[in-house]
Design a protein around this ligand. Structure first.
Ligand code: S3P
Length: 190
């Protein structure tokens, strides 16, 4: 029985993926509130673990080191033993490694929050903590990242939502209902 049913508390999370500015934190917080999930953010986990901000990690140790830390953090969700389900907001580059894409899918229901580049630019301009957007035209960078990463988000996600014209409540409701069907379907197959 356990062989045919790989789902346990470690694989019942909701994981949000997408480019910087797509709304992962806002939607994650809303799902935390409405679904009584624990909210977790991979960037925040890394900052706490390293005792450094993301820009400082990029500056002192480089992007490759940061990507290793991302993989370590993802693995740690699979060994959680508290039996609780989480909503996990991931850094925009989390899908770059194949290993991460596989881990994300093992962890639960993966949702890609998608938005056009103009919408993303409006949202990221409000913050200064994204090293990949320092020094260059953020619009050009986000366009390039979207071309590179959209196929990876699409390949990894169980659900994709175009967030540009939806309210936070509508997006969260859509995710909640889809996650319910996803987990029920998984359970029925066991
Ligand atoms: C990154 C996105 C950031 C953060 C880091 C790198 C990326 O997270 O992980 O600055 O490669 O797209 P957010 O998507 O939460 O801004």
């Amino acid at each position: 029985m356990s062989q045919c049913c790989p789902m346990n508390s470690a694989s019942r999370h909701i994981i949000l993926i997408g480019l910087m500015g797509c709304g992962k934190t806002t939607i994650g917080r809303e799902l935390q509130r409405t679904m009584d999930l624990i909210f977790s953010d991979t960037d925040q986990m890394i900052e706490e673990q390293e005792g450094m901000s993301i820009p400082a990690i990029f500056q002192e140790h480089g992007e490759a080191h940061f990507r290793n830390l991302e993989t370590q953090v993802l693995r740690s969700y699979l060994s959680l033993t508290n039996g609780r389900s989480y909503v996990i907001s991931t850094g925009g580059g989390m899908v770059l490694r194949q290993e991460n894409r596989e881990l994300l899918q093992q962890m639960g229901f993966v949702v890609w929050l998608n938005a056009d580049v103009n919408t993303l630019v409006q949202r990221v301009m409000r913050s200064d903590n994204r090293p990949l957007l320092h020094h260059v035209n953020p619009e050009e960078t986000l366009e390039r990242l979207a071309v590179e990463r959209d196929p990876l988000y699409a390949e990894t996600a169980h659900l994709s939502i175009d967030t540009a014209n939806l309210s936070v409540g509508e997006i969260a409701f859509g995710i909640m209902e889809s996650a319910r069907v996803f987990f029920l379907d998984k359970r029925n197959k066991c």
